[in-house]
Design a protein around this ligand. Structure first.
Ligand code: ATP
Length: 383
């Protein structure tokens, strides 16, 4: 259904090279069964709180990234009282039409297929259909600990480099072995310098490979972010995004030598890329403490749109852009700028959720862009 009263909305100037044509879900969260055919431009899901709008975005997230955006436990996405869920969708990549299907049965391994073929490794799917989600839950990137920020960096890089996830797994295994050895040394009082040296060498080799990828990523990403923030906010505030890593000042090998004694006392490894962080500043002060809710939200949106630009550059495809509850906490000016931006030719297929159909129509009528509307109520969709 298009926005009511709209007859001559402007079509998007360029169709994206990749888009999701349709999706079907069975027993997924609050949906027994639903099927939706999407527009290549802007799609809006509207309805009351708890209707199931975000659940549909999450189903799209599954098809791109093999997992939920919100909850890592697959079985918890199965509709209450059912034994399995299924999500399938068709991606259009110009000449190519790919059917992607994900099935989860209680107590069984997740099944994931592309064009009816099972994957050997799910990591091979990541990045084929790039996606960026912007959700109110992203506030955790600002307010929670450094792990959330590392997850953000790792998520972006892994969508453009499928070896990166493997490298992280290797690093974490060596780190766990080193920590176990430090514990054993403390318990037994026997210092195995030879084994520690071997683990240090392995940790340094793997850590350096990750560090180089993160540093190269952050160099490019920080510049994209600064431009987007400036545009989105008309330079209303001065913000900074800084990559913090102990390896920027001292080599990893040297760091491990310096911290050995401390690590033996604490029985864990205190230096390495597992301590990396991002600093977010507004007017030179930490965004977490001094940013208003609207400034924090604008910062997160710029961060995610920078992710979008980065993925577009590196995958060659315009990612799907999922905007969950995007209008909350933004002033009208920032909403208009943001929607103008995502509706122009730099962006491809967009999905928006909001509680108000009237507000969605009003925003897009103002900038003269067509919207395909889906009204959601209690796990049912009216298109
Ligand atoms: N496994 C599940 N089985 C059944 N229902 C579920 C399951 N997981 C989530 N739900 C239901 O899905 C609903 C939430 O859906 P969703 O988050 O998509 O709402 P929404 O329309 O985005 O709402 P809001 O506007 O508040 O963000 C809740 O009613 C919740 O109980």
């Amino acid at each position: 259904m298009p926005c009511k009263g709209k007859t001559a909305g402007k079509a998007l100037p360029l169709w994206p090279a990749m888009y999701l044509q349709q999706i079907s879900v069975i027993n997924f969260k609050n949906y027994a069964e639903a099927g939706l055919s999407f527009s290549q431009g802007v799609n809006a899901l509207t309805g009351n709180n708890g209707a199931g709008k975000t659940n549909l975005l999450d189903a799209i997230h599954y098809l791109s990234l093999c997992k939920s955006y919100f909850n890592p436990i697959d079985s918890q996405q199965i509709k209450q009282g059912c034994d399995f869920f299924m999500i399938s969708g068709v991606f259009d990549k110009g000449e190519q039409h790919d059917t992607v299907a994900c099935g989860v049965k209680r107590n069984q391994k997740k099944q994931f297929k592309r064009n009816k073929k099972d994957y050997q490794r799910l990591a091979d799917h990541i990045g084929l259909y790039p996606l960026v989600m912007i959700s109110p839950y992203d506030i955790s990137i600002i307010i929670e600990g450094s792990e959330e920020r590392r997850k953000f960096i790792d998520n972006v890089i892994s969508q453009t480099d499928n070896r990166y996830l493997d490298e992280l797994i290797i690093y974490n295994k060596i780190l766990a072995n080193r920590n176990a050895l430090l514990k054993k040394i403390a318990e037994t009082g026997r210092y195995d310098a030879g084994l520690l040296e071997v683990l240090d060498e392995q940790l340094v080799a793997s850590g350096n490979r990750i560090f180089e990828k993160r540093r190269a990523f952050m160099d490019e990403f920080t510049a994209i972010f600064a431009e987007l923030y400036k545009y989105l906010t008309d330079e209303a505030e001065q913000v900074d995004l800084v990559y913090e890593s102990q390896l920027l000042q001292t080599s990893f090998a040297e760091l491990l030598i310096k911290t050995t004694e401390k690590d033996r006392v604490l029985e864990r490894t205190t230096a390495g890329i597992h301590r990396d962080d991002l600093a977010f500043m507004v007017h030179g002060m930490p965004m977490k403490k001094f940013g208003s809710q609207g400034q924090q939200k604008s910062f997160l949106i710029a961060l995610k749109l920078a992710q979008y630009t980065f993925l577009h550059r590196h995958t060659g495809f315009k990612p799907l852009l999922l905007l969950d509850d995007i209008f909350d906490k933004l002033d009208e000016h920032r909403i208009t700028k943001l929607m103008q931006m995502v509706s122009n030719h730099d962006f491809g297929q967009v999905f928006i959720t909001d509680t108000s159909t009237a507000r969605v129509c009003q925003v897009f009528e103002k900038i003269n862009v067509d919207v395909k509307l889906f009204e959601v109520e209690g796990g049912l969709v009216n298109a």
